[in-house]
Design a protein. Sequence first.
Length: 779
Amino acid sequence: MNRIIYTFGLLFFLFHLNSCQEQTKNQPQGNSTPNSDAIEKQIDEILDSMSLEEKVGQTCQITLDVLLKKNEENKAIEPAEVDPAKLAEAFNTYHVGSILNVGSHTLSLKEWNGIMEAVYAPFENGETKAPIIYGVDAIHGVNYTINGTLFPQEIGLAATWDTAMAKEFGDVVAYECRASGIHWNFSPVLDLGRQPLWSRHFETLGEDPYLATTLGEAIIDGYQGKTKDGMIDPYHTAACMKHFVGYSGTNTGRDRTPAWIPEKYMKELYFPPFKAAVDNGALTVMINSGVVNGVPGHINHKLLTKILKEDWGFEGFAVSDWEDYIMLHTVHEVAKNHYEAIIMAFNAGVDMSMVPNTPQYQEYCQLMIKAVKDGRISEERLDDAVRRILRVKFKLGLFEKNQNQADQYPDYNSEASKEKALNAALASITLLKNENDILPLKKDQKVLVAGPVADDLIFLNGAWTHTWQGADPKYNTEGCKTIKEAFIDYIGEKNCLYAQGAELFVEGGWGGYEKSKLVASNDYKAKARQADVIVLCIGEFPSTEKPGDIKSLNITAEQIELAKMAYALNKKVVLVLVEGRPRIIRPIVDDAAAIVQTYLPGDYGAEALVKLLYGEVNFSGKLPYSYPKYDGILEFYDHPRSVARAKSNAFDAYDPQWDFGYGLKYGTIGYSNLKIDSDSIQSEKDVLKVSVDVKNQSEMPANEIIQLYVKDQFASMTPAGRKLKRFAKIPLAPQEQKTVNFEITLEDLKFVDIEGNWIAEKGQFNVMIDTLSKRFDYK
Ligand code: BGC
């Protein structure tokens, strides 16, 4: 029903506005379409009619908690409900333009619908000139709505190397967001996973810019739905690429601490996923809360205005991160008070501020108004920001009435969506070791499922699940299985023993560090003795941002001890890793019979794991990062040759636990016959055709990810060891062989030189697939 209202409404609106041919002020350059012309015209009219206070309100984002009805203890009442007095203050006095998140935990669809009705009412009743835009961090599913379909976290999606799957993920998440009335998703994270200590490593698409770019584009296609005119239908959401830019490159590994990123690496590594997202129409961006090269992200005019908006032509709006104008004063110490902070951030290019609490939001609006009146923020800059915000609201169709039509989303958490989440988990879980073919397991083996992460969904999902830190089991999705439960379902209670072995916890709550302690070791050992195989599930306590800061990448000592106890009993041990970042497990790798990385596989991760371990489905995931072996050595796959130089001067010192792109499967895939159709590239127009034969040498169907790397042999700046330039994922029936074709061009040979320009230098190159390599020249 609503879809019909939407379509007719929009058609009428566009017809009406298309009749106005006149070019409008501040119109975006470039991709102007009849629809965008019409939208700009409409925005002109709204801007002309808005007071200063109303414009400022559009740039203000508050958290839902500000509006919720509270009890005497100042806790949100349940079921959650909007307080009319607080709503009136936010909308009628401060004209707030955006709301985010939930109070403290996941809500039912019914609660969301009630809230949405309340927060839309001021616009629907004609009390405000623009509707609100509502955003949440639905980063691996609509995480704040009960029964939202929860997929693997982004790092797991990256391990699928599957663009179709990434788009499908985006589609489901967008649909379920809209079912909850939410039209803006603070996702995807496009920060590069180059600092495994960082608590948000799991939110990234891994260490490689090409993989992150390709999958990032696909996720955005899924979120926004790809339409020619850039309009978003009621089943899709605005994407928010974040956090622009360099947030993940923190030197200390701790959240929101400084990064040093030279221009070369900014351009080669950190920019590409964002640039591609802008080209792909991403509607919004969130700013880096940290500091890059001494400048806090929120006051970096060069990055926000010059590069993002002017050079790249980004037409959407930039939202600050949580409380960032306050942090410019209190944490980064670049502004002597909040007033100066607001001016610095807004003038640098931040369009909307995630203020987001009370009384800060009232203060923000008052200070913004003062700054414009004092002439410290120009009216043009304010209009530009509001225009950008209204543009996104128009593209989302939010000016249409009746946004909140819950019954229009019958496929919320449908069986089909759950199957997609299960398939994503199946495709991401990565086999890292399988000695003497211990896997697949046999159904008649007696298995001890053990370890601190084996029997709670919080470990499979990680942070941003039902609550910010995702650590409260009270909100776990009903009906979804823990690893222990999935084993029992699959092999029956008789063949499945369970012992926790150790407990993972955070000492003293949020401020504390992750710890573990042994639990009933004798029970664990007694059950281990009875088992044919021990599936030991180890990993991390759920966390993100500051609460996720750790002191060392080493996995906790007690988890190492659990493995060693099992080895001491001469038992076959399958180590199952459930972790957001790669934790050092070197001391227990050699004696493990098999090792499986599940990342944070989501609500269906346990089912997927069991299907893979018993060989019902073949493994296909490959690591989207280099898995470190030592706490003191963090290396990446594209390291220059010097990184591999040993003390003896030999070149063999590059020694990760597992390399980027690594992943085993049942059976072997053979690569042969690497061919190139020419021995040189001579100009921008030339296309080098590359082909390789890939054969499934086993009797089990397989999906294989084929990775193509290019190596520049000599260059005026030390070249990367190799760079991922293409990949493909293909299904192979037993014994099937396929020829896979790729094309590369001069673009793929370029690097950023000392002046900061992308150039290609003549000379020798190699194209490499698996262990095969072919030389060609750029002449
Ligand atoms: C995080 C963002 C998130 C925002 C809203 C911040 O603390 O850094 O990634 O989108 O909160 O929840």
